[in-house]
Design a protein around this ligand. Structure first.
Ligand code: G6P
Length: 606
C-alpha cells in the first residue's frame, strides 16, 4: 500500500526514482510524485500512474538526490494535490509517507494557528510542516525528523528531503516498512526491496522506531532517542528478473504459470519419505509441545484467510485437532480469548498486512503461541511470530494472490502432516500424503495445459452480471477463493456459498442469468453435490462444474476435469482452474488485470 523510493548519489535521481516507482506500482497506483533538490526543491506529482508521472517530468529535472511515491488513497481523493511528496509553505522540506497519522487533525489545527497553510486533504502533509518548523531551529535534519515524529501518533514509513541539505535523505519506520539499499558511492531507500534489486542486493531493514540518514558514501541508523544502532546488511535472494513479467502478458499469468515450480520450492527438503513426516525446522516446537495443543486457530486477510480455511480442514482431517480460520481483521477487534493450549497460525504473503500484524501482536501480548506462514523473508509478521514456515514462492507482484495462495495451502498440508504424525496419523496415511504432495507440481502442469479450454469457458461466462460459486466442506474454501479471484480482477459480482446452504436462501437467485461454478470433487460428498446440481438445473441455472470426471450433461453445461490427488489434497488443485477462469474473464472484459481498481497488494493500514 503506497510505495516509497529515495536516492542519494552522483547519478540523476529522477530516472532511478521513476524506475523504482514502477516496480512498486502494484502497491498503490492512483497517483505518483517525485521531489529532487537542484539548488531548490523541485516537485512533480500527478493523479494517475507512474507512466503519467514520467510523461510529466521535464527533461531538465536534474539532481542527484530525490524521493518518490506511488499512492493508494486513504485521506483525500486521488488528485494531483493529494499526491506525495508534500512540501511545507517555504518549499524547503519534502516528505513522502506510507501509513496513517492518527492525530493529523489535531496537528493540522495547531500548525494552522502557527501560520501554516495546508494545500492537500492528506494526513501526510502535516509531516512536511512539522519537520519544516523544527529544521529551521537545528543544524540537523535527522534531529528535526526525530523531534517532529515524537509529536506524531500513527504508523509511518517516511522519506524526507531538505533543500538546504542536498546530500542526504532521512527515512524513518514505524509500522510501515523501510529498507535501505547499499550501492557503490550511492544509497537507496524504499518501502520494498522490489524497487532496489535492479541496483543492489545488499539491503538493511529498519525496525519500527528506527531512523536512518542515507548519503552517497553510506548510512547510519539510530533510534528515536538518537542512540546509534548497528545493522548487518543482508543479501536479497531475488534478482531483478524475478520482478519482471518474463515475457508473459501479465504478472498474474506469470505467477499462475509458475506454480509447478513454486509448489516444488515450498515442498523442497520438507517431505521425509522414510518416516512419512514433514521436516519443518522453523516451527520451534518439540513433539511434546506439538501434542499439547488442543486447537489450531488460523488468521489472515483476503486470500490468505481462504487458504487458512483450506488449512483448517487439512489440520482437522490429518491430525484430528479442531481447527478453524477467521479473518485477522475481525479477530483483532473482538478481544479474542487466547488459550495457552491453542496454536495460532498467521498467514501473510507480504508479511506486512496491518490487520494480520496487529492480530499477531495482540496474541503475543496475551501470551499466545503464534506461527507464521509467510512468503516474504524477514517481514514484520515473520519477525513477530515465534516460528513458522516460509513459502519460498518468490515475489508476488500481481495484486490478486495466486502462487502464494497455493503455496500456503501446501504449507498447511505439511503442517497438518507433521501434526498428524505426532498424533494418530498412521505411517501408511503419512506415506499416502507424502506421495500425494510429490505429485502436485506435475498435476498443476496438467491443469495449466488446459489454459485454452478454460479461456474459452471464461469468455463464455464473463458477460454475466453475477456468478455463484459453490462447494461442500473441502470444496467450500475453494469456491470462496474462486469467487474472490473473479470479483477482484474482473469486477463481475461473485458470491460463494456452501453447496449445502444453497436451498436455504441463494437458490432464489438462480436462473439463466446467474450461472454457478460448482466444485465437485470425487469424494464422499459427490452424490450430495450432484443432487445440488440437479436442483440448480431444475431452476434453469447454468452450471460450470470443476471436478474429477466429465459431467453428466443433464447436470452441467460445461466441465473442467482436474487430476485427482489424495482427497485431502484435492482442494489445492481444484483452485488452479478458477485462477485461470478469473484471469481470462478479466482479460475478456479488458480489465487492468494486475492492478484492479481500488485495491492494493499490501494493505499496511487499518
Ligand atoms: C490484500 C490483497 C489480497 C491479499 C490480502 C492479504 O487485500 O489484495 O490479495 O490476499 O491483502 O495479503 P497478505 O500479504 O497478508 O497475504
Amino acid at each position: 500500500m503506497c510505495g516509497i523510493v529515495a536516492y542519494v548519489g552522483s547519478k540523476d535521481a529522477a530516472p532511478i526514482l521513476l524506475e523504482g516507482l514502477q516496480r512498486l506500482e502494484y502497491r498503490g497506483y492512483d497517483s505518483a510524485g517525485l521531489a529532487i533538490v537542484n539548488k531548490t526543491l523541485r516537485t512533480r506529482k500527478v493523479k494517475g500512474r507512474v507512466a503519467d508521472l514520467a510523461a510529466a517530468v521535464p527533461a531538465r529535472f536534474k539532481g542527484g538526490v530525490g524521493i518518490g511515491h506511488t499512492r493508494w488513497a486513504t485521506h483525500g481523493v486521488p488528485s494531483d494535490v493529494n499526491a506525495h511528496p508534500h512540501v511545507d509553505g517555504a518549499e524547503r522540506v519534502a516528505v513522502v509517507h506510507n501509513g496513517i497519522i492518527e492525530n493529523a487533525d489535531e496537528l493540522r489545527a495547531k500548525l494552522t494557528v502557527d501560520g501554516a497553510t495546508f494545500t492537500s486533504e492528506t494526513d501526510s502533509e502535516v509531516l512536511a510542516h512539522l519537520i519544516a518548523r523544527t529544521v529551521k531551529d537545528t543544524d540537523s535534519l535527522e534531529e528535526a525528523v526525530r523531534t517532529a515524529l515524537k509529536r506524531v501518533v500513527g504508523t509511518y514509513g517516511i522519506a524526507v528531503l531538505d533543500a538546504e541539505r542536498p546530500g542526504e535523505v532521512v527515512v524513518a519506520r514505524n509500522g510501515s516498512p523501510i529498507v535501505l539499499g547499499i550501492g557503490e558511492k550511492e544509497m537507496f531507500a524504499a518501502s520494498d526491496v522490489a524497487a532496489l534489486v535492479r541496483y543492489t542486493r545488499q539491503v538493511v531493514h529498519l525496525e519500527d522506531g528506527e531512523l536512518a540518514t542515507i548519503k552517497a558514501d553510506g548510512f547510519h541508523t539510530f533510534t528515536m532517542d538518537a542512540t546509534e544502532t548497528a545493522k548487518e546488511p543482508l543479501t536479497v535472494d531475488w534478482d531483478a528478473g524475478h520482478y519482471d513479467t518474463g515475457g508473459y502478458e501479465h504478472y498474474l499469468l506469470k505467477e499462475i504459470s509458475e506454480q509447478p515450480e513454486t509448489v516444488a520450492r515450498t515442498l523442497r527438503g520438507r517431505v521425509d519419505d522414510r518416516f512419512h513426516i514433514a521436516h519443518l525446522g522453523g516451527l520451534n516446537l518439540t513433539p511434546h509441545e506439538t501434542r499439547a495443543f488442543r486447537r489450531v486457530k488460523i488468521i489472515g486477510c483476503g486470500s490468505a484467510y481462504y487458504s487458512g480455511q483450506i488449512g483448517a480442514q487439512l489440520v482437522e482431517e490429518l491430525a484430528r485437532v479442531p481447527a478453524d480460520a477467521e479473518p485477522a481483521s475481525e479477530f483483532r477487534y473482538r478481544n479474542p480469548v487466547v488459550e495457552h493450549d491453542t496454536l495460532y497460525v498467521a498467514i501473510s504473503q507480504s508479511g506486512e498486512t496491518y490487520d494480520t500484524l496487529a492480530a499477531v501482536q495482540e496474541l503475543k501480548r496475551k501470551g499466545g503461541r503464534v506461527l507464521g506462514i509467510v512468503n516474504t523473508v524477514g517481514s514484520a509478521i515473520a519477525r513477530e511470530c515465534d516460528g513458522g514456515i516460509y513459502l519460498h514462492a518468490g515475489p508476488e507482484v500481481s495484486v490478486a494472490s495466486t502462487k502464494a495462495f497455493t503455496s500456503t495451502a501446501v504449507a498447511f498440508a505439511l503442517l497438518a502432516l507433521h501434526f498428524g504424525r505426532v498424533h494418530d496419523l498412521s505411517p501408511a496415511d503419512g506415506r499416502r500424503i507424502c506421495e500425494g504432495l510429490r505429485r502436485l507440481p506435475a498435476q498443476i502442469e496438467e491443469i495449466l495445459a488446459k489454459d485454452d479450454e478454460i479461456a474459452g469457458l471464461a469468455r463464455k461466462y464473463a458477460d454475466h452480471a453475477g456468478m455463484m460459486f459453490i462447494g461442500r466442506v473441502r470444496g467450500y474454501p475453494v469456491a470462496r477463493e474462486g469467487a474472490q479471484k473473479l470479483k477482484e480482477i474482473s469486477y463481475v459480482h461473485a458470491e460463494a456459498y456452501p453447496a449445502s446452504e444453497l436451498k436455504h436462501g441463494p437458490l432464489a437467485l438462480i436462473g439463466p442469468d446467474m450461472p454457478t461454478v460448482a466444485i465437485v470433487p470425487d469424494d464422499e460428498l459427490l452424490d450430495k453435490n450432484l443432487t445440488t446440481l440437479g436442483e440448480i438445473r431444475a431452476r434453469g441455472g447454468r452450471v460450470l462444474m470443476v471436478g474429477h470426471r466429465a459431467a453428466d450433461p443433464r447436470l452441467a453445461d460445461d466441465c473442467v476435469v482436474v487430476p485427482k490427488n489424495e482427497t485431502e489434497l484435492d482442494p489445492i488443485l481444484l483452485t488452479i482452474p478458477l485462477q485461470l477462469l478469473a484471469y481470462h474473464a478479466a482479460v475478456a472484459l479488458e480489465r487492468d488485470v494486475d492492478k484492479p481498481r481500488n485495491l492494493a497488494k499490501s494493505v499496511t493500514v487499518e
